[in-house]
Design a protein around this ligand. Structure first.
Ligand code: S3P
Length: 443
């Protein structure tokens, strides 16, 4: 799918104006397909993100015996096989670029009495899987082969899954979700104790399908999630709201360009996903929430953003779980702000689709910004403007690619990226949407 790199160039552009809707949320889209596949009966999904990551998850659940059909744009139907009902696939499951698809499906397969092989692209093959295999092995799954805890790997699910009490060693919704999905097949209660709360889409969706899920406070910032095993999951329609992590790119592009006035429709504002909006607001961005409402069980609103002068801020480590995917684009905003922005506690960025801590610093540096990595912190000296002119290595990472292009829209000189093809993993229409708002992005 990514045999030929697709270089792109973003040039200084005028204010961004218009009204758009970004695609469906990636996290919810993966979960809709997976939980739908573990339900008996038909789950109808609207607004599904039709990006490569999610389509690969759809292929995986199909290979495991669920029926998955596309009825129209974003409209999908899943005929599930029931909890623990997956059948052994005849070929390796290929998750492409997606850590979320792979790790959640490791959990779902771990609760079934089958073996399956898991693989992915060059980026996913570098990412750590031992962290998720460890709790799944405690639940009775066995890793039959793994290359130093990395893909490709083969997992044998548990015949008699064991419910566990699990304290994730890092704040990760993927780890939490893998354990909860495996716990569906276990008798008794599976408990996850999170020190820092992470996105809660798995818990919410399991409850939506009728599982007994209890969420209680745990410590100062954490949660205790208790799932009663072996529920009968009942199909319910799922409406996928617009992805705040995709909205982040046009949002920042408008925020750094004076004269911009943009409305992003129906953006999901789950409080465990809104760290970027809070941080940009602290920086002085003009962001308004219009028409706040509930859609598919999530808070959504139209976001109006206008260009403003931003100032540097200190972003505490405690905010990382609620904006983990937004640091590359926040770093771009920081370069255009006046003064220093310090982003603390970014260790997890090193194991994303690329080493995003280094990739983000390099992206800014080749475009003339002053940036430093200090331990796990990223420090950007904002000058209210960026020179640009750089050639950015995107390392098979969609978010680095989109961030660099947004940087080019505000910079004095054009910014080029080596490969925009991975943007299709999460935001297939990104270039067309941005051009429609007035952005100059060309191949
Ligand atoms: C995701 C969780 C996060 C995030 C990823 C999506 C999810 O990863 O970076 O893009 O849908 O659960 P971690 O759980 O590894 O932090």
């Amino acid at each position: 799918m990514h045999d030929n790199p697709s270089p792109l160039t973003a040039r200084h552009s005028g204010p961004l104006r218009g009204r758009v809707r970004v695609p469906g949320d990636k996290s919810i889209s993966h979960r809709a397909l997976i939980v739908g596949a573990l339900t008996v009966g038909e789950t109808r999904i609207s607004g599904l993100l039709e990006g490569e990551d999610v389509l690969n998850t759809g292929e995986a659940v199909r290979a495991l015996g669920a029926d998955v059909d596309r009825a129209g744009v974003g409209a999908w139907r899943v005929h599930g096989v029931g909890v623990a009902g997956f059948a052994e696939p005849s070929a390796p499951l290929d998750f492409g670029n997606s850590g979320t698809g792979c790790r959640l499906m490791l959990g779902a397969v771990a609760g079934c009495p089958i073996a399956a092989s898991f693989d992915g692209d060059g980026s996913l093959r570098k990412r750590p899987m031992r962290r998720v295999l460890e709790p799944l092995e405690r639940m009775g799954a066995r890793t039959l082969a793994a290359n130093d805890g990395r893909l490709p790997l083969r997992l044998a699910g548990a015949r008699d899954p064991i419910p566990i009490v699990y304290e994730p060693p890092v704040a990760s919704a993927q780890l939490k979700s893998a354990v909860l999905l495996a716990g569906l097949a276990a008798p008794g209660e599976t408990v996850v104790l999170e020190t820092e709360a992470t996105r809660d889409h798995t818990e919410k969706m399991l409850a939506h399908f009728g599982a007994d899920v209890r969420v209680e406070p745990h410590g100062a910032h954490g949660r205790r999630i208790t799932l009663a095993g072996q529920p009968e999951l009942t199909p319910r329609p799922i409406i996928v709201p617009a992805d705040p992590s995709s909205a982040a790119f046009p949002l920042v592009a408008a925020a750094i360009t004076l004269g911009s006035d943009l409305i992003l429709e129906g953006v999901m504002l789950n409080p465990l996903r809104t760290g970027l909006i809070d941080t940009l607001t602290d920086m002085g961005a003009a962001i308004e929430r219009l028409g706040s409402r509930l859609e598919g069980g999530e808070d959504v609103a139209d976001l109006r953003v206008r260009g403003s002068v931003l100032r540097g801020v200190e972003v505490p480590a405690a905010r990382a779980p609620v904006m983990i995917d937004e640091y590359p684009i926040l770093a771009v905003a920081a370069a255009f702000a006046e003064g220093t922005t310090v982003m603390r506690g970014l260790k997890e960025l090193r194991v994303k689709e690329s080493d995003r801590l280094v990739g983000t610093a390099d992206m800014l540096r080749v475009n003339g910004a002053t940036v430093e990595i200090d331990g796990d912190d990223l420090i950007v000296e904002g000058r209210g403007r960026a020179i640009g002119g750089g050639f950015v290595a995107t390392h098979m990472d969609h978010r680095l690619a989109m961030s660099a292009l947004v940087m080019g829209l505000g910079s004095e000189q054009p910014v080029k990226i080596d490969d925009g093809s991975f943007i299709a993993t999460s935001f297939p229409d990104f270039i067309a949407l941005m051009r429609g708002l007035g952005a100059d992005i060309a191949s």
